[in-house]
Design a protein around this ligand. Structure first.
Ligand SMILES: Cc1cc2nc3c(=O)[nH]c(=O)nc-3n(C[C@H](O)[C@H](O)[C@H](O)COP(=O)(O)OP(=O)(O)OC[C@H]3O[C@@H](n4cnc5c(N)ncnc54)[C@H](O)[C@@H]3O)c2cc1C
Length: 624
């Protein structure tokens, strides 16, 4: 059977990859181990979070599915860091894990140009270092010039619970052994990572009365800008908060010798930012307690996810430690927590399109690239699917810059720096985060979604109208002034604002720290014609215009720098302050421009700056 693109794996990466390719009009096959596990959440029943929310909003603006799926199956919606600046706010939603899977499976099975097969891929068909298709354990061969591997935690997956080990990709699901062996034989740089999850508890056995309640935002804000905010009223479920205590820590500590994490049984490197409870107790002994979030897995709330107690301790210890926590004294464990080790491909083996450098037409996306998180996986899947389809269509690759999107930061970090531990996105990774906010993802990226044919014209139009309204509002605020008339001063006083003494630009008045929509409408009632999200943009622009301008200047400077040509005979070895490793890489690659140099793995922005100075000095001396 012939296809244009074959995607291996129906996880968060594989879904976005196969939907993107099929929606761009190329014939796509999605092969996955278990059809009913398409869109399964291996770990926490939540989408988004700090910086992860940015990725979901960007996927949505490009026409991806994760945001819509979250809005359709969400149980609770919150904005994290709501009291902080817009650049570090993050949307997070609790999802109904079962309904999320069903939603995604239905979307995948109802997408034109997309076929789904439940099989285990055992190997690839590769000729002359070019992908030609895949072969499954059932002996079926499927041909396609583009193959995307999105096999997640399944590549030679090994589960650990105490001294027990099991080959699996997730609890109860086959591991992907043959494909892992095949990838090692291909000469890709393979490493070993680890992640883990917590036990799931029977809801009837939890005493919520003694726990703190954590509810959703009112009104809840949808993830997708394609979801109508005005009619978005999902019935929200609460989460609950409790804490470990000295007794919990003693139980864990006295069983460190039975912990596979400490006995050397687990070799893979785990996520620093998502440590297991035994790791936390070990690393932060001085802390008397650790926070635990008790999260419903479905709307029926029959099973709960104990966020903060990920573990691979033996089952008896898991029960004792959980029952030592307030509110869980009678807890019944439905599924035990476990750790999983799995193979990953060092992403420096990939280009910015996520195509492998070694095998033409072979792409990797998701956890296989050393990341952790549904959102990071989905973002990579989308980009791999788009680029595979574009090559089929003979079009230019699609790569997002670090100044355009968190997705650009994610992929650039991976392919230029690689990773030694599971890579999670943070706002601190994005040097231009003030411009890359959640609230303007649609303004930044929807034109790409439209151009790629992934975003419906209707929504693309809506964004253009929003952009026009924002420009109109900004123009008024920048070019008009308020005068300290008696009437205006009493209006300011009425909304608790300091008075003005002279004619003041509206932008400066609106830009005051505590200005919000209500205050704006109170003094400029004509602005009531603008939508909530347009006002949001006007307030952010007014508050942060100076910083935004500064960051824009940095970006323009960076763009100018990257255009600089590197003389063919440039002597990198004479540039002091650049490491020998970088010098060797540049001497080998001989990039024509600084942009080319910036694409080489390991070449840091700092090294680029220094080389730029040397090029300028040389131009000066040759000019004299
Ligand atoms: C136990 C556990 C705990 C986790 N804990 C966290 C956490 O705390 N925080 C966090 O951010 N992330 C965590 N994750 C990771 C999170 O689940 C992943 O980041 C995310 O699911 C990655 O998405 P993906 O699409 O790359 O892979 P997955 O969601 O793993 O999907 C891979 C898909 O590939 C299919 N597949 C694999 N091999 C083959 C084959 N040979 N043939 C056909 N199909 C194949 C599988 O059936 C599956 O559908 C955890 C994962 C696990 C398993």
């Amino acid at each position: 059977m012939n296809y244009d693109v074959i995607v291996i794996g129906g996880g968060h990466a594989g879904i976005e990859a196969s939907l993107a390719a099929a929606r761009m009009g190329v014939k796509t096959l999605l092969i996955t181990i278990l059809a009913e596990q398409i869109g399964a959440s291996s770990c926490n029943p939540a989408i988004g979070g700090l910086a992860k929310g940015h990725l979901v909003k960007e996927i949505d603006a490009l026409g991806g599915e994760m945001g819509l799926a979250t809005d359709a199956t969400g149980l609770q919606f919150r904005t994290l860091n709501a009291s902080k600046g817009p650049a570090v706010r993050g949307s997070r939603a609790q999802i109904d894990m079962d309904r999320y899977r069903i939603y995604m499976r239905e979307v995948v099975l109802n997408t034109e140009n997309l076929e789904v097969k439940q099989e285990i891929v055992a190997g690839l068909i590769v000729e002359n270092r070019t992908a030609k298709g895949v072969e499954t354990q059932l002996g079926n061969r499927y041909q396609a010039p583009k193959v995307i591997i999105a096999a997640g935690t399944f590549l030679d997956g090994t589960i650990h619970i105490g001294d027990k080990q099991q080959k699996a990709g997730r609890q109860g699901e086959f591991a992907s052994i043959e494909l892992a062996e095949y990838l090692r034989s291909l000469g890709l740089t393979i490493g070993r990572l680890k992640t883990g999850t917590c036990a799931r508890i029977d809801g009837k056995s939890i005493d919520f009365e003694v726990m703190e309640v954590q509810g959703g935002d009112e009104p809840p804000i949808p993830f997708s800008f394609r979801t109508d905010r005005a009619t978005f009223h999902p019935e929200q479920l609460p989460c609950h908060v409790t804490y470990t205590n000295e007794e919990t820590h003693t139980i864990i500590e006295s069983n460190f010798d039975r912990a596979p994490l400490f006995s050397g049984q687990i070799e893979g490197v785990g996520p620093r930012y998502c440590p297991s409870i035994e790791d936390k107790v070990n690393r932060f002994r001085e802390r008397p307690r650790h926070q635990i979030f008790v999260e419903p897995q479905t709307r029926e709330a029959t099973e709960y996810y104990i966020n903060g107690m990920s573990t691979s301790l033996p089952t008896d210890v898991q029960l004792d430690m959980i029952r030592s926590v307030e509110g869980m004294e009678e807890a019944k464990i439905v599924r035990y927590g476990y750790a999983i080790e799995y193979d990953f491909v060092q992403p420096t083996d990939l280009a910015h399109t996520l195509e492998t450098k070694a095998i033409d037409g072979l792409y990797c996306a998701g956890q296989i690239n050393g990341t952790t998180g549904y959102e990071e996986a989905a973002a990579q899947g989308l980009m791999a699917g788009i680029n595979a389809a574009l090559t089929i269509q003979g079009k230019e690759p699609f790569v997002l810059g670090r100044d355009e999107a968190y997705i650009g930061v994610l992929i650039d970090d991976l392919v230029t720096k690689g990773t030694k531990e599971p890579y999670r996105m943070f706002t601190s990774r994005a040097e231009y985060r003030l411009l890359l906010r959640e609230d303007n993802a649609d303004l930044r990226l929807s034109h790409y979604g439209r151009r790629l044919g992934l975003l419906d014209e209707v929504y693309a139009q809506k964004v253009e109208q929003k952009k026009a309204a924002i420009q109109e509002g900004l123009l008024f605020l920048r070019e008009n002034y308020a005068t300290p008339t008696k009437a205006f001063l009493s209006q300011l006083e009425a909304i608790g604002q300091m008075k003005i003494n002279d004619k003041t630009c509206w932008m400066d008045i609106i830009g005051r720290g505590d200005f919000d929509r209500e205050k704006l409408i109170a003094i400029l009632p004509e602005f009531d014609r603008y939508d909530v999200d347009v006002i949001e943009q006007l307030l952010v622009e007014a508050k942060y215009s100076r910083y935004i301008e500064k960051q824009q200047q940095q970006i323009n400077k960076m763009h100018e720098m990257l255009k600089v040509k590197i003389p063919e005979d440039f002597a990198y070895e004479n540039v002091s302050g650049v490491s020998n490793e970088i010098v060797e890489k540049l001497q080998k690659a001989t990039p024509p421009t600084l942009f080319g140099a910036s694409q080489i793995s390991g070449v840091t922005p700092a090294a680029l700056e220094i080389i730029h100075i040397y090029i300028k000095m040389r131009q000066k001396t040759t000019a004299e």
